[in-house]
Each structure stands twice: as structure tokens, then as C-alpha cells.
Design a binder for this molecule. Sequence first.
Ligand code: NAD
Ligand code: UDP
Length: 334
Amino acid sequence: MNVLLTGGLGYIGSHTCVELLNAGHQAVIADNLCNAYGSVLDYIEQITGKRPIFYECDVQDRDAMERVFTENKIDAVIHFAGLKAVGESCRIPLAYYRNNLDSTLTLLETMERHGCKRLVFSSSATVYGPDNPVPYREDMPCHVATSPYGWTKAMIEQIIRDYVSANPDFSAVLLRYFNPVGAHESGLIGDDPNGVPNNLMPYIARVAGRQLEKLTVFGDDYDTPDGTCLRDYLHVVDLAKGHICALDYAAERTGVDAINLGTGNGVSVLELLHTFIRVNGVDVPYVIGGRRDGDLARCYANAEKAERVLHWKTEKTVEDMCRDSWNFIVKHSK
Ligand code: NAD
Ligand code: UDP
């Protein structure tokens, strides 16, 4: 299968590209490098022995996307491209709505012109909003997002649903990711955020690497076993493999389906932190601080549907996630 990965040089896209190439598929990447480095292409080649076709372009750019689809016969698209920082989306909401919605509309229009009818979309657990009880199930109502970023995911899901209603021979899978962490075992690709990380695992890894002084744990007074928030962390390589299963699933059927990709387990901030310290034998100074605005006490998946329909479940442990995140930092800071 010849697969277009929009945003394919980013964190999840690059790992998915590796799994796709390893599974014998071909990859075309369209990425504007707003949150990625061109060198990731070399790393993908080093890991797989294959170099994906790369277009440095914005998915909002209709002419550029036309070129991608004219020069390549694209069988399916995995749409990763998007801005993803929750806090930033509250400060610059228009940029988030413009980028995330426009890129999706331009992509769907281009796919339509070229008769490409298979799409896997990077959605997020954030679409479940603050009101649903955990574990989140795909059939729960998703009516209230908690940030402009979350709203872009909910809106894009709706755009895709409406498009599929009007085009019943189209096949779309909405993958709702929980908390991807970790890195490829080679240490060549991983989560490499610009500036100070917002997310827990890259923050811990940078404190361990002495690039940041200490971690602040955002609140230990939640109604959870140790008072810190529970999240469903999954290894990015497991997540990447889920996309290959989703492509196969999309090929077998038409219509639209939302599927959680998570482990089904809630892990606390302190559990993740202490596992990182233990498996890597490093020091990670931390203090307990106040709650972060908008944080939910618990967020984890009901992971049964992915196992039932995609025949996918996570294989890697929290220890693997911590070890591979640290390995990436160690290899990367050389
Ligand atoms: P990332 O920022 O590492 O990757 C996104 C990639 O898209 C980057 O390479 C960026 O340069 C590119 N991009 C952004 N806008 C673009 C545009 N208009 N045209 C072309 N390229 C563009 O993020 P990621 O963590 O790999 O996330 C991938 C997708 O998964 C995103 O849609 C994100 O919202 C979603 N997601 C991520 C997480 C997470 O925790 N990482 C969780 C849930 C959902
Ligand atoms: N967190 C923290 N300190 C940090 C970053 C995150 O205590 O510097 C906590 C955060 O409050 C949440 C958990 O770690 O409970 C996961 O946060 P992240 O931003 O990685 O994921 P999200 O909250 O978006 O699921």
C-alpha cells in the first residue's frame, strides 16, 4: 500500500512511518516542519533501510497537496498534521482552528479529486471532555471539549463523519490516542518538543538529563490512590503499530469508526516518575505544586474495541516506556 502521512516527520508520524516501511508498505510524507526536523528522514532511513518520499509543504496548501497526489498514487492517508499543545491553543485559538481544520478540509478535498477513499485520523482522548466517567468508551457522547485544541479534534471528527455520510464508499478510522510516550529502541527518533516541554514524560527526561532543574508535580490532592492524576500512558511504538492495523481495518470496510488506542490502565504521575528513576538509575528532583488548570483527575481508555476490531493491544510496559524515553535523551544529547 502507498500511504501518505501528513505530519509524518513528527513524533507519532515518524514512528508510524518506521512500522509502515517495516511492514512492506511505501510511505510519502507531507510535513511543513513547523514542529519537526528534516533530519528525522535520515533516521527513518537508518532504522528501516528505506527513505520515504518527502514533500516539505503545508497541508493547507491546495496546490502543494495537488502535486503530492498527482505525483504519487496514494492508496490511503494517515492524517497526523496538526498543532497539538493544549495550553498554546488557549492563547492562540485562531491559529489552532485555522491550521487543524483547514489542513483537514484541504486534505479531504484533494483526496476526493483523486478518488482516494481511505483515511486514518489522529484524534485524541480529549474529545471525551470533562463529563464522561472513566474508562472512556467509544460510544460515549463527546459534546464538550476543554480547550480549542480539543475542539479542533471534536470538530474534525464531525467533519469526517459528515463527509462519510455523504460518501458511503469512503472509509475512515478515528483513532483516539491516550498518552503516547517512549521512543524507538534505537534512540534515533523520539519526542523532541521545542522549548520547555508541557507533557510529563519529556519533562521528566529533561530533568534527568540536567537540562531542567526539577519537576513540579501538578497537585497531589486528587481523589486517586496517591493523590496525583491518572493517565493511560502507551508506548509510541505500540501506538504506531495500531495505525497499521487501522489501515487494514479501513481497507476491509466502508463508513466511519472511532477507536481508542490506550492500555486501559491509569498510571499516576508519581508512579511514572518513580518507575523512571528506578529503571534508569537516575535522579529526578521534584516538588509538589498546585493543580494545573483544566487537568482531569483520571483519563484512561476502555481498550476492548481496539482488541476486538483491530486485533491490536499494547505490548510494552511502563518500564519500557521509561527506559526508551531516557535512551532517546541520552543518544540525542551526544
Ligand atoms: P508532532 O507535533 O510531533 O507532529 C505533528 C507534525 O505535523 C509535525 O511534524 C508538524 O511539523 C506537522 N504539521 C503541523 N501542521 C502542519 C501543516 N499544516 N502542514 C504540514 N505539516 C504540519 O505531534 P505528534 O505528537 O506526533 O501528534 C501527531 C497527531 O496526533 C497530532 O494531530 C496530534 O494532535 C495528535 N495527538 C497527539 C497526542 C500526543 O500526546 N502526542 C495525543 C493525542 C493526539
Ligand atoms: N504533569 C505534572 N508536571 C508536569 C507536566 C505534567 O505533574 O510538568 C502531570 C499533569 O498534571 C497530568 C499528567 O502529568 O496529570 C500528564 O500530563 P500531560 O501534559 O503529559 O498529559 P495530559 O494531561 O494532556 O493527559
